[in-house]
Design a protein around this ligand. Structure first.
Ligand code: AMP
Ligand code: GLY
Length: 423
């Protein structure tokens, strides 16, 4: 069959890397893709939210399956667009309906879903410009630090964690009244702070059945020791060493199963990934967020460990027969380290030549923000290239990634050298 992957990051290069290994895949297209996907698939320069252009591509190239990488097209309803179009309705789309995508598209929707299904999460209330005063009163009832979340999509920047109550009140006002995050912060969720270590769980579901993929931990801050600004993610480790069988059983019973059952009970059409962000509080998992896609760079560590044919799994998702599939997982640890452009996550330059990729051995290179410029590969984003390595121990896997990154060069390249410091 012919397959289209939507997106242009390291996550999408990883999807492409797995998909081309499948005997079921004839032609693979990536839109818009990057210099890495160009080596193994056909890049098509269309935007992930240009549904009309995507439709034309799907019809022209007889594409049978569309794998949606990022959240934007899902929240804008790409699955419904396919389901409601006579020419597209038989195409398998890996990604939930617009309703299902609200789990990521609205923090308030996600919190209400969690509460309805008795899934452990932080206590919260939500506020609008009309209820700023009540929001400030609610802050008075909480202990520091204060967690303020813009309700809508804010490119990973919509969560503020603030120590000082007066500052928290000012930021609440900035978000609601001064639209600090635009329309995304017209509503704000204020949440109890959860103290613990974070991990993420990835689930593939057909809306009824599910498979739990390996866990991962990502490193969001730009600076070593988890300091500085939040980024899309500076690296990831899979599995998470502290997620032992007993803890995973709690996650399964208290979180994963009730989530999938809740979607089914509410008749929410959901065929795709659920990325559940968790904090381990004491010995118990609590949900801090849902994403309706895979994580980036978690995908670069999680998917290389999945030995099962990915396209077969996706077919089961499409046919709602995931109960007939099973997962084979590489027991080794995979670590991925992201190299970024100097200045990221603030302003940075693009178009810097990248060299040394061909010298890398014993690790897998996933392109993120890269593009071809003639026969050169140049930087084209904040996060540039992820280097994934395997070993029995995460420290040894990291060592391989770091040794290989030494061979990579581009002007002002930066990466964190302390991944796993907290494990
Ligand atoms: P989110 O976009 O909801 O994942 O939030 C971004 C980050 O903020 C998370 O990865 C956590 O590090 C942190 N965070 C979110 N909610 C909480 C919470 N209730 N308590 C503590 N930290 C949180
Ligand atoms: N690495 C976090 C995310 O993909 O949202």
């Amino acid at each position: 069959m012919n397959i289209l992957v939507l997106g242009s990051g390291g996550r999408e290069h990883t999807f492409a890397y797995k998909i081309v290994q499948s005997k079921l895949c004839d032609k693979l297209f990536v839109a818009p893709g990057n210099a890495g996907t160009a080596q193994i698939a056909t890049n098509v320069a269309i935007s992930v939210t240009d549904f009309q252009a995507i439709k034309e591509l799907v019809l022209k190239e007889s594409i049978n399956m569309v794998v949606v990488g990022p959240e934007d097209p899902l929240v804008q309803g790409i699955s419904d667009f396919f389901a409601n179009d006579d020419q597209l309705k038989d195409v398998t789309v890996i990604g939930p309906s617009k309703e299902g995508a609200q789990l990521e598209g609205s923090k308030e929707y996600a919190k209400e879903f969690l509460i309805r299904h008795n899934i452990p999460t932080a206590a919260y209330q939500s506020f609008t410009a009309a209820t700023v005063a009540q929001g400030k009163q609610f802050l008075e009832t909480l202990n520091a630090p204060y967690v303020l979340k813009a309700d809508g999509l804010a490119a990973g920047k919509g969560v503020l964690i603030i120590e000082d109550i007066e500052e928290a009140k000012i930021e609440l006002e900035n978000m609601l009244t001064n639209k600090k995050f635009g329309a995304a912060s017209e509503k704000v969720v204020i949440e109890e702070f959860l103290d613990g270590i974070e991990l993420s769980v990835f689930v593939l579901t057909d809306g009824e059945n599910y498979l739990t993929l390996p866990t991962a931990k990502d490193y969001k801050r730009i600076g070593e020791g988890d300091t500085g600004l939040n980024t899309g993610g500076m690296g990831a480790i899979s599995p998470v060493p502290f997620a032992n069988d007993a803890f995973m059983a709690k996650i399964e019973n208290q979180i994963v199963k009730p989530t999938v059952d809740g979607l089914a009970k509410e008749n929410i059409d959901y065929k795709g990934f659920i990325f559940i962000g968790l904090i381990k509080v004491g010995n118990d998992p609590k949900v801090i967020e849902y994403n309706v896609r895979m994580g980036d760079p978690e995908t670069e560590a999680v998917l290389p460990r999945v030995k099962t044919d990915l396209v077969t799994l996706f077919q089961h998702v499409g046919n709602q027969s995931l109960d007939k599939a099973s997962l084979e997982i590489d027991p080794r640890t995979a670590t991925t380290v992201m190299t970024v452009s100097g200045g990221y996550p603030e302003a940075y330059e693009k178009g810097k030549e990248i060299t040394g990729v061909d010298d890398i051995s014993e690790s897998i290179v996933f392109h993120a923000g890269t593009k071809l410029d003639g026969d050169k590969v140049v930087t084209n984003g904040g996060r540039v290239i992820a280097v994934t390595s395997f070993d029995d121990d995460f420290r040894l896997a990291l060592k391989k990634s770091y040794q290989n990154i030494e061979k990579l060069h581009f002007d002002k390249m930066y990466y964190r050298k302390d991944l796993g410091f907290d494990l």
